[in-house]
Design a protein around this ligand. Sequence first.
Ligand SMILES: [Mg+2]
Length: 357
Amino acid sequence: MKIIAVHAYTIRSQTKHMFVWRQGLPGSDTTTEQTWLRLVTDGGIEGWSRTPRGALALDLVERRLKPWLLGRDPLMKERLWHELWEIDRIEEFPMYVMGWVDSALWDITAKAAQLPLYQLLGGYRHEIEAYASTVTYATTEEYLDVADQCLARGFRAIKLHAWGDARKDAALCTALRQHVGPGIALMYDGSAGFDPYESLYLGRALEAADYLWYEEPMREFSINAYRRLCAQLDIPVLTAETSDGCHYNVADFIAQEAADMVRTSSDYKGGITGALRVAHLADSFQLSAEVHGMGVENIHLCLAIRNNHYYETLVMANPIVVEPCIGPNAMVQAPAGPGLGHDINLKAMQKTAVAKL
Ligand SMILES: [Mg+2]
């Protein structure tokens, strides 16, 4: 099989429900931009994947990816994955670019095998429980109200993204535990908002409130800082979400005892190929590799990776808005069709694209 055409389509839309980051800091989005990658093969099979960027993604397709991919066998993913690292050394890709390419190649492979991707990857489960991963809300009262809505919707696990103020966030986490009682799994995601001392203060509060995990309190630049934090706390510290270098880097987090659980995802860990490497690396140390983020790629990973426990779904707005894939009791079912299962309307995409190749 050969790749005979490489296309990309950038779709821009106004977000119906704003993604609120910390206290309305830069990062809160009112528009969404996605670029779809379309790999056409001589076998009639097409591979699709998307990345949350526009002009940057198109530039990379035009300059680097298209000339490299044309004529290549998409089933030789391992080879192509290693070549991407070579190109990365020159280009210094944003991390999600590797996943963007790799996922489209896996889409082709699973379609060729006529299997949903998760079964091609091994298949561990057919459904998985989602946790409600909040955006940032204005007050403690609003968080408690949102939590009630999540529980009414069937969620039994909630993760907070909050203000990025260690003392205020600690008080919020304590209030939420008192509000929902002991039977609900609670997690907290610091999204790298703290220094080591704030991280320790907050971690102690989460421990006292029986949180399931404490995620990424600091930027993942310093393995030493994470090693110290892990030694100081009993609560599992979940990290290596946005650290660059896939399993090569996660190996050091684990070897230095700087992570109690690690993150894996198609977006930040080099696609399906990289995400599995991280998961298997963690498994060999009997650690969890919790899948980060939404989308069909990550659903397939959640269904294929034994040492992952939940699907992460963002809960936006108030009243809450939940992804359509979240079923009763917050369960997510396996996509049935072959490949990744993207729902593509090519004509509509070609018509509405604000830029394309
Ligand atoms: Mg996170």
